[in-house]
Design a protein around this ligand. Structure first.
Ligand code: FAD
Length: 416
């Protein structure tokens, strides 16, 4: 992979930055691929990368209906952590975090990993007991997590309103020190550049609109740019998973909801951790540039409308100012939404589908950015071997028939 020296950066700057090569090839569509991956978000691109590197599959295409990362991968609030409860969830999310910890080296791109600590506030005795319960589970699963008291919260968050008269007073917090933030675009671009360098065709503005089937197998994918033959299909389209499933002839227990986020003008560094209040569902972090990144829970009605609205701004900012009164004069700069794929047990759906050669990666809901490297590996495994990856066994679609749910609602209810 190409590395740039400081002298080269200066030379390019002096030339007005006109000499850079595109990060990935502008691929032409072939008539046939061994594997087609639908969705050019983080999970789809990571799948292509691991298929090429770990499973040595050649002849892969990623088809993206818009531009790369235009879905939730480029719209999320960049928080990463692995503080789940069940062993299968801990294994999956912590694999992702461990892969993220070395991804900058693997992909030769600065993903701006900042392990500044993920903090979930504790507002009452009930939440305190739940937090101890979760920490016990995490320790049983060999993950790091701890409870800190109110004095430590105040020390770590000097600008926080710790008044006993606050609407939601704070007794302490759950803390995962390895949690933090990562630049989302860099993850998509890094996987895309590396996959493209390995020969993967990345095709933007190519929407999948149907399938050609023979018996219970897909033989070709119909797109807005023609019909393309294939041996196997991987689906990683988040909020549009049930649309694709419908095209293929089966149903998913997924509902699509709008999730909103917003960012302020840059201000001086004052907030060095990611903070979530379960009482309001509102969370906040400050970027390295100084912007405050904020969001809250998803819109409760189902929708494919990728739009923000004023009630979400009001709800989020009211809670942020309650927590950090000094942000009251800060101006909001941007506000946006993504369409997330919500599953009844707040756990992903991974692996086989009722169609023999179509495999899925969906159901990450409001928290799938943190899982991208692991989601890519397990989908790549299914596509390459036709088998479910051991880490994905508990996350199969069949769990909704056998009623063996992995209910992470308590740990991941507000799963950013
Ligand atoms: P996406 O990134 O959405 O990619 C799917 C792609 O499929 C899209 O680019 C779409 O255009 C394409 N596509 C859809 N249909 C078709 C078709 N028919 N043909 C071709 N292409 C198609 N997660 C965290 O872990 N931490 C967070 O802090 C966090 N915050 C969030 C904040 C917001 C506001 C939102 C919206 C989400 C947040 N998430 C967070 C969730 C996270 O962003 C997603 O779970 C994750 O990005 C999903 O990645 P993906 O690759 O599966 O989907």
């Amino acid at each position: 992979m190409r590395r740039y020296s400081f002298a080269r950066l200066v030379w390019q700057a002096l030339r007005g930055n006109t000499g850079w090569q595109p990060a990935w090839r502008d691929s032409k569509l072939q008539n046939h691929y061994d594997v087609i991956i639908i969705g050019g978000g983080g999970h789809g691109l990571a799948t292509a990368y691991y298929l090429a590197t770990e499973y040595h599959v050649k002849n892969i295409a990623v088809l993206e209906k818009s531009w790369l990362g235009s879905g939730n991968t480029g719209r999320n609030t960049t928080n990463v952590r692995s503080d789940y409860m069940f062993p299968e969830s801990c294994a999956l999310y912590d694999l992702a975090l461990k892969l993220y910890e070395k991804l900058a080296i693997d992909l030769n791109i600065n993903i701006m990993l900042s392990q500044r600590g993920w903090m979930t506030l504790i507002h009452n005795q009930h939440q305190m007991e739940s937090a101890y319960h979760k920490v016990n589970w995490m320790h049983c699963n060999e993950l790091d997590g701890e409870i800190i008291d109110a004095a430590e919260v105040q020390r770590m968050l000097p600008a926080f309103n710790m008044s006993a008269d606050a609407r939601h007073p704070v007794l302490g917090a759950f803390l995962q020190r390895r949690g933090g933030t990562i630049r989302h675009d860099a993850v998509a671009w890094g996987y895309a550049r590396a996959a493209s360098g390995l020969g993967v065709d990345i095709v933007q503005h190519c929407e999948v609109v149907g399938f050609v089937k023979q018996g219970n197998r897909i033989t070709a994918v119909e797109t807005t740019r023609g019909t393309i033959g294939c041996q196997a299909v991987g689906v990683a389209v988040a909020g549009h998973s049930s649309v694709i499933a419908n095209m293929a002839g089966f149903r998913l227990p997924v509902t699509s909801h709008c999730l909103q986020a917003m960012v302020s003008e840059p201000v001086r560094p004052v907030l060095n951790h990611v903070v979530l209040s379960p009482a309001t569902g509102v969370y906040i972090n400050q970027t390295q540039k100084g912007e405050l990144v904020m969001g809250s829970i998803l819109d409760l009605y189902q929708s494919y409308g990728q739009r923000g609205n004023f009630p979400a701004i009001e709800k989020t900012l009211t809670a942020v100012v309650e927590m950090f009164p000094m942000f009251a004069q800060t101006r909001l700069m941007r506000h946006w939404a993504g369409i997330v794929d919500v599953v009844p047990d707040s756990s992903p759906i991974l692996g086989r589908t009722p169609i023999d050669n179509l495999y899925i990666n969906c159901g990450w809901g409001t928290g799938g950015f943190k899982a991208i490297p692991a989601g890519g590996i397990v989908l790549a495994h299914s596509l390459a071997t036709g088998q479910t990856h051991p880490l994905a066994e508990k996350f199969g679609l069949d769990r909704f028939r056998s009623n063996r749910l992995v209910d992470e609602g308590a740990a991941a209810g507000i799963a950013h």
